[in-house]
Design a protein around this ligand. Sequence first.
Ligand code: ASP
Length: 601
Amino acid sequence: MIENLNNLERTHSCGALRKASVGECVTLMGWCARRRDFGPLTFIDLRDRDGITQVVVNQEKAGAAHAKAKEVRGEYVLAVTGDVVLRDESARNPRIATGDVEVQATEILILNDARTLPFQLDASDDALAAEDLRLKYRYLDLRRPQLQSNLRLRHRMLLEINRYMDEQGFTQIETPNLIKSTPEGARDYIVPSRVQPGKFFALPQSPQIFKQICMIAGLDKYYQIARCFRDEDLRADRQPEFSQLDVEMSFATSDQIYQLVEGLFVRIFRLIGVELKTPFPRFSFAEVMRRYGSDKPDLRIRGMELQNLSEALADTAFAPYSSALTTGGEIKGLVVSGGASMSRKTLDELQEFAKRYGAGALAWIKLGDELSSSLLKALGNDKVVDLAGIAGAQKGDAVLIIAGQRDIVSASLGALRNEVAKREKLIPDGVFAPLWVTEFPMFEYHEDDGRYYSMHHPFTSPLDEDVAVLERAVNGRPELFGELRAKAYDAVINGVEVAGGSIRIHRRDVQALVFKALGMSEESARARFGFFLDALAYGTPPHGGIASGIERTLMVLVPTDNIRDVMAFPKTASAQDLMIDAPGEIDSKQLEELHLEIVDE
Ligand code: ASP
């Protein structure tokens, strides 16, 4: 029987009671997490977002409440009134904050019943029900304490961001979601216009152009917690819509942006009791790629830097290596400390892993009691010993070696560095290692369509000394595009890119050059960005900014590898919302109004 709440009010949350409350009469409200019957005694674990309190219902002392407690099932909603009592020493539960006490119920109201749940809420992390099922019943999954605590951390982080940005003199400005495409390298989500037949809005991939327009408008210091929409292939750390702290500042130098962001991250990390050291170390893109094979190296992993073995193998007759070197590639290795004990199976698995990043063979040297190596036959004992020495390996270590084109060698060894460190448990818990990566290349070449793309986005300024090179590159020297460096920077913590931005182009002529570099004719640049080129012509201050992913940052704080753990209503890897069943169909009337027709393929 379901009862009314009437005017009953709760006095405490289910996580609040401690020894000091013993003797008080309290009213708690929440969900039945568990019920256990011991004849005349029934125990109920009552749960709300704050915690769990044990309720005991005694048949002798509270007959009516005891009878009612027997009806209670999992996830029934209850109001319990009773006295706080100290638990027997032997019955105390140190794992919950309220574990010293329990509530002796005098009265119970059943405020609502609940169907049998499709999955268990209190399963341990490794026994959780399939994620698709939990996403379908997201409102139940969200009752799990871990997700509740993640969302509260998110709230506190957003509050802290707002406070900090206000203190730093920034103004929160909202920009529209129905806009024209802004290029950030992904596909746009498109919204058809009803009133303008055949025309479409795009949802913003980021507020990039608007925040720059804010600078032209003299708003000086802008920020926003912006929702961004990107239609791209999803990975573990991506969602079709996500939030970012978006920042732009007039007359900004890179140093000012670094200081602003470092100050912000110090404040954010205090939320989890961690004091970050500033300034964060800075590395150029070229340096991190050379040393770690990644533009987001995990500096919690000590050492394990990539070692260049190309020179030592310059005159090798071993065909895979000589051909890598003569075609402009390289040979690099990394030392796994204590890796001589890695099994053949592990090495085979690492080989498969490296292949995913385009690597051919993964060669290895193990300095165990005896030397062993996949290269002994090809290179001979002396050369193998020589290579191990150059790589810096000691007895007991292993060296993993990859040859090929530079980007493949970097990508595969960079990924192996993380993978091996994870497998060999070389990543310490509770350590946070931030850094800045600076001077990214302006452009990257895409083999598939044989042209250059902006590495960051087309509004990123080249280094001052590279502007003349840009001009030459555009005017007939395309081979120079690959050499241009940008005033772009990323903040990385524990191998996760938590923020990225740049000093922007504020000169109309330089912006036009970059559009040209990207293969845009003057007409197509005008058609897409005419309004922006015009705006640049009306006294644009030098400016720069950055954006920091809210979810990515939370993933580092929690920590978790699953982005869906830090947002309330995420989508699946195939960009669906399983709870509301979206995307869904629309009826023919709506299609007609939007001037759309579905064509079967
Ligand atoms: N708009 C960029 C992004 O979303 C960040 C920036 O350049 O400020 O990645």
